[in-house]
Each structure stands twice: as structure tokens, then as C-alpha cells.
Write a protein that binds this ligand. Sequence first.
Ligand code: ADP
Ligand code: MG
Length: 361
Amino acid sequence: MGSGQLARMFALEAIPNGYEVFVYSPDSHSPAGGVGAKEFVSEYDDKEALLSFLKSIDALTFEFENIPETALSIIEEFEKESNLIVRPSPNCIRIAQNRWKEKSSFREAKIPTVNFYPIFTDQDKNETPSKVSYPCILKTNTMGYDGKGQVKCKSKEELISTLSTLQEFNHIVEEFFPFTSEASVIIARFQDGTISHFRPSLNIHKNHILDLTFHPGNFSPNIEKNLVDFAKKLAEEIDYVGVFGIEFFIKGDEILCNEFAPRPHNSGHFTQDGGSLSQFSLQLRTLCNLPSPKEIPVRAVTMKNILGEDYKPGSKLWNQTLENPHYHLHLYGKTEARKGRKMGHWNYSGPNPESAFKDWE
Ligand code: ADP
Ligand code: MG
């Protein structure tokens, strides 16, 4: 489901492994279509079109979580009465697409997370501002990505006035956590419960969008172990089968889980040039139940996203980078370079990975 860059990079793994890849989304000339995936172009809630797609495949996975409930139910029903394999389960997608359910799952799995409060009713709207510690962030409960749908409020007055402008409920309020670093773990869980994972990475965001990932993240052994243990706990708690990326905030010894994405993650793109398996290979292996190593050794890699405003093929910097054999370019086949749009990324796998993208501004 989906035909953007994550589907493209999945196809670039699956097709050379001998599989045919079909993608379903409302878009034609998609990133995945551009590398040989066959496109089914229809709205997600078009039942007839979705059923004809489902009938033509053997196994289904997702490149993003914002799939309407109508489509998830159709998939779930079809799965019951057919041999179609669906990984991860629609239920895991439902959890990941809804911040309230997601953070509640963290709580149930005893994974520490920020304090969060619902804004689902008039009563929530009236009572929450007195319960929260400030600053806080008001977030849309569903459909948020790359910091979209978030407002930071420094005081109770600011939250009350922001809440009064809301067109609809379906929000949550989170307390702001003054982290010193952000980390993520890419993990895969197989049908039989076996887990494969990479070491944690360090992530730097710019304007709420991932800018840089450093792998491995150079955390203390204790922090590193806790990060991986939390990822495993979540996978087991929600009986997840497939690959996910899970994001954390760190301050001193304290770790809070922020969110997870039920699919390969932008902060896992380093795996493509780590000299070992990529996160897309794990997605394929979990989907098709293929053998996999448990711990995946990856050399140091730094990843930098290329957003619309940085997309300058032919510029001096771009050409100098291409002249260096340690930089690997991955482009997503998007023609329109809008500001903030993810166009591709660079992976750097040479000496001094910490300074690979210094002075790039
Ligand atoms: P998205 O779904 O848009 O990725 P996130 O919840 O991950 O939303 O927020 C994007 C970024 O905003 C985070 O990576 C972090 O840098 C910052 N952020 C979000 N929530 C908090 C919080 N509670 N405390 C501090 N920073 C936050
Ligand atoms: Mg995020």
C-alpha cells in the first residue's frame, strides 16, 4: 500500500530478488512505478479497485500508516477469506496512525513516554489546560507527519487560546521534553517471534523534518541496550510482524519514546550503504518469511536528507560530492522539488562520518 519513496526502495530490493511488486495508491507516475513496480491507481477507499489489487497479489505490506479505516477493514476482511498474507496487521497500522492509541500502547508495554492528554471532548478541552505542565505541544491525533499539525504552547493561556481555534477535536496535548538528543532503532520481527535489529542511530531534525542520521549513534552501552529493549517490547506487546522504526528522546539517563512508524523509516536509510542488509531487505524477509541474521553488523554511515530546497543537481557541491566515492546518492524520482519535500538522500560511508556533511549550509 502506497507508491512513494519507501515503496520504491522496497521494490529496488524485492525485484532483484525475483519478486514482482504491485503498488496501490491514488498517484500515477509514482516513485515506485518509476523502478518497475506495477501501479494500481485508485483512491484508498475505492472498494472495487482495492479488491482487484488484493486479488492480484500474494502478500501485502505498507509504506505508510495513513491508510483510511475503510481500506484497512476491506483488507482485513479479504485476508480472512483468502490466502493473502498481510504484514504488519491492520491493527498495528491502526495503532501507529493514531497518536493516542500509539502512546497508550507504549504505556501498556511499560515503555516510558511523554505525559499526554486527550482533546476528544468539550470536557477535555476545558479541563486539560490545568493538568498539563508547560511548555506543551498540541498535536493532531491522526494524519501528522514531519511536524505538520503541531503547535507549541508556552503557557496555559496560550494553550487555551489555541484550543479555542480548533475546528475539530481529535487532538492530543503532550508535555514538551527538553531532550539533548534523539535516537531511533530499526527492528524487524518475524512471524515466529524472531527479532532482527540494527544498532540505534542518532538523529538531528531541522524544522521538524529529519536532516541527519548518524549510525551508530555513539550512546552509552546502557542507553543502547535500553533503546533496543524498548523496541523489542513494543514489537512483542502489539504482536508486530514486519519492520518498524521507533523514535526516542534522550536526556542524561532518561529515555522517553516519542513514536513509531510501522514500516521502514527515514532514519534507517543508512542501512542501504552499510555493507550489510538494508531495512528494505528485512521488510522483504519478514513479509516472505525468509531466513535472516539476528544482529546485523553495519559500518558507520551518515545519512543526509535532500529536501526540495536542497535539490540542486549539477551545483558545485553536488558534483564535488559525486566525485567522492564514499558518498552514495539515492533519488526518489520526484520531478517537482517543493520546499520541505523529500527528494532523496545521501549516504556517506567513508572515514570521519561525523563530519561528512559539515559546512553544507
Ligand atoms: P511527526 O509525526 O511529525 O514526526 P513527532 O511527534 O515525531 O511528529 O514530532 C516531530 C519532532 O518534533 C520530534 O522529532 C521532536 O524533535 C519534536 N517534538 C515532538 N514532540 C515533542 C515533545 N513532546 N517534546 C520535545 N520535542 C518534541
Ligand atoms: Mg517523528
